[in-house]
Design a protein around this ligand. Structure first.
Ligand code: 8YV
Length: 325
């Protein structure tokens, strides 16, 4: 008999067929309470789950007593309680490589859009304001040759450093737990402490995951240490920034602008003060959202679940140590 799994996100048909070859698939459009009775029943039997979002913690795991593997269609896994998964011997699989270049593109687009006010001025053109040659009230600030500070130097940070160094001639600073030889050798990146990065960068890009250590890492105090002309870009996770402190800093002119793909609450509430600020570019968490990359992520997550449930895991496993038991 094929192992039973719960699929809680719609995936392309060919990938669904691949899953069907290996598993008895119970599909749902999410893990929300509307699915309750059928979902509860499917979870009772499930050896694997595949999807994205939702909170996977001790309470959830108790609803899925046979679970052996969870495969998320994302690189981030802050919605999983990894300790609880470890205690239940559940492998956690994620998609760390396939989205790297696309997320770095999103970061660079936020740098450009916020510096050159792309969204704001395009809206002004659409509303008929372009009536003569433009003056300083339409101008932005330069990106090329400005200093880019990267918080976190993982795969995405590295891909961003490459773009900044070769594409835009930008000196790159980074703050990370370890020295990244490749970033230093190939892109001339310089590791520094957070205060130095805050003080010297023209653009600060957050590529960090959300953990206990990174929660509200950028708060009032850190924003005050940025240049007044500084621009903050976040495409990691919303709660890495204290959003209220950021709103105040943008309103008071403590910093110049922000480009945000992630927020403390998603979807961003329509009454968020961020949406009233002309110096904010707000995106709906599109970091990896291209057709090619989302397909690649789903394909990777399918392969990851097959590997986890057939005992052939080689990569993409968060708690690899379970395999060594
Ligand atoms: C995901 C992301 O696409 O991979 C991540 O961690 O934030 C995005 O790329 C998002 O979580 C939805 O699946």
């Amino acid at each position: 008999m094929k192992p039973s799994i719960v699929l809680y996100k719609t995936i392309p048909d060919d990938l669904r067929e691949r899953l069907d070859q290996y598993f008895t698939v119970h599909a749902f459009d999410g893990l929300h309470p509307d699915n309750s009775a059928a979902l509860e029943q499917a979870l009772q039997q499930a050896e694997g789950i595949l999807g994205s979002g939702g909170k996977i913690d001790e309470t959830f795991l108790q609803r899925a007593p046979k679970l052996r593997a969870a495969s998320t269609i994302s690189v981030g896994y802050d919605n999983f309680d990894v300790e609880a998964l470890n205690a239940h011997n559940v492998l956690l699989m994620h998609t760390p490589t396939v989205l790297t270049e696309t997320v770095a593109d999103t970061l660079m687009s936020l740098v450009l859009a916020s510096a050159r006010r792309v969204v704001e001025v395009a809206e002004r053109v659409k509303s008929g304001e372009w009536q003569g040659s433009i003056g300083p009230d339409w101008y932005g600030v330069d990106v090329h040759h400005k200093t880019l500070g990267i918080l976190g130097m993982g795969r995405i940070g590295l891909a961003l450093a490459q773009r900044a160094h070769f594409g835009f001639g930008m000196p790159v600073l980074y703050n990370a737990r370890r020295t990244h030889q490749e970033a230093e050798q190939r892109f001339n990146a310089r590791r520094c402490d957070l205060d130095t990065l805050l003080a010297e960068s023209d653009f600060i890009c957050i590529t960090l995951p959300l953990t206990d250590e990174t929660f509200h890492m950028i708060g009032r105090e850190q924003l005050a240490k940025m240049k007044q002309s500084g621009i903050l870009i976040n495409a990691g996770r919303g709660p890495v920034v204290d959003e209220q402190a950021l709103i105040d800093a943008l309103q008071n002119g403590t910093i110049h602008a922000a480009g945000l793909d992630v927020f403390e609450q998603e979807p961003l509430p329509v009454d968020s003060p961020l949406l009233k600020l002309p110096n904010v570019v707000a995106l709906p968490h599109i970091g990896s959202a291209t057709h090619e990359t989302r397909y690649g992520m789903a394909a990777c997550a399918v392969d990851n679940l097959i590997a986890a449930l057939t005992g052939t895991v080689k990569e993409n496993c968060v708690n690899m140590q379970l395999l060594e038991k």
